[in-house]
Design a protein around this ligand. Structure first.
Ligand code: ZN
Length: 359
């Protein structure tokens, strides 16, 4: 039997305080100072990243004066990787945009790509994350990274308990950026990708990492060094931000209008259990789908909940993390973008928090 579970969680006090708060954008020009990042024949990554990030900030402060902009660096100085998410978290940022330049051993690869945190799809290149994470090896204070070694595959186990509550917004921003790159630059669109970046893992807000072109490719390098190229790249990121901010404002406005709805509708087993419940989120839809809809891929026991005006489809419901992990493994081929989420007494909480409650 199909059991549909709908619950609407409204935390008005949170909404009111977040509506009153100024939107904070954190711009993170990658590398800097003693860390040049990728080096091309005529350009260093750290300089290109800074130029474009400053241009992005300038345009946004002109066009969106209500937005507060925080930079992780505004000059050519060394900023340890761990400090970047820390600066963002301390500023209580609403969006984190890290700006980087790509590089390859071959001179052929070219084009733009935008990353969100996540397991890389088979066939994609782990090298980008490895290279961007490897600046940790240059730092003196390695202890703050809890033994994380960017070159050791085992180290990436720590990413298993990934914060997932920002995934959709991160993906949305990444999508907007790539769409604008396609429209406003003549660079190859390498699309939205997922990989395990330290800097994205540590931020407590929607976060993306832009690789705006390959310094190892002659045409990309010339483009990124040119005024016109920098202008087009920055303009793309700014337009993507404006689209993102528009959606953000719309959602917050919508929440206000919903205050007439009941506070919560949750299933009996989730009330008062005091134990976190794990589910597997499969996909998101703008509306409730008919039972035979292709997106359901023939699965019968799906549930859904509503969040930020979106319908989020889930499967499974268990207090055992092991069980939900097994279910994820089982369904990984069918729903490759699925991820584990957690609830406590009907309220969504982070998986990390849920696991700490189990201890
Ligand atoms: Zn970089």
């Amino acid at each position: 039997m199909k059991r549909q579970l709908v619950f609407v969680c409204l935390c008005l006090c949170v909404v009111i305080s977040s509506a009153a708060k100024q939107f904070t954008l954190v711009l993170d020009p990658g590398h800097g100072g003693t860390d040049p990042g990728a080096v091309g024949t005529n350009a260093k990554e750290k300089d290109l990243n800074l130029k474009v990030a400053l241009l992005v900030g300038e345009k946004i402060s002109e066009r969106c004066p209500d937005v507060k902009i925080i930079y992780t660096r505004k000059t050519d100085k060394t900023v340890p990787l761990k400090d970047r998410p820390m600066i963002a978290n301390k500023a209580n940022g609403d969006l984190f945009v890290s700006i980087h330049t790509n590089s390859s051993d071959s001179r052929i690869p070219c084009g733009t790509e935008t990353y969100v945190i996540g397991l890389a799809k088979i066939g994609t290149n782990f090298e980008v994350a490895k290279r961007e994470n490897s600046v940790i090896l240059l730092e003196k204070d390695r202890e703050s990274y809890h033994g994380f070694d960017p070159n050791s595959p085992e180290s990436y186990i720590m990413f298993e308990f990934m914060q997932d509550q920002y995934m959709e917004q991160s993906l949305q921003m990444a999508d907007f950026i790539q769409q604008n790159f396609s429209k406003k630059t003549d660079r190859t669109d390498r699309g939205v990708r997922q990989d395990l970046f330290w800097v994205l893992h540590q931020t407590k807000m929607p976060s993306v990492l832009v690789e705006m072109g390959f310094v190892s490719n002659a045409s990309d390098q010339t483009y990124m060094l040119s005024k016109q190229g920098q202008e087009a790249i920055a303009e793309s990121i700014v337009c993507a931000f404006e689209q993102y901010k528009h959606e953000f404002d719309k959602k917050n406005g919508l929440k206000f209008k919903q205050d007439a709805l009941p506070q919560k509708q949750i299933s009996a087993e989730e009330t008062d259990s005091g134990k976190p419940v794990f589910k597997l989120q499969l996909f998101v839809s703008k509306e409730v789908l008919p039972e035979n809809h292709a997106s359901l891929k023939g699965e019968k026991n799906l549930s859904y909940y509503e969040e930020n005006g979106l319908i989020k489809y889930t499967i499974g419901e268990t207090t055992s993390f092991k069980e939900i992990k097994n279910l994820k493994k089982e369904l990984d081929k069918k729903f490759s973008d699925s991820f584990i989420i957690a609830f406590l007494n009907g309220e969504k909480i982070s998986v990390k928090e849920a696991l700490s409650l189990l201890k």
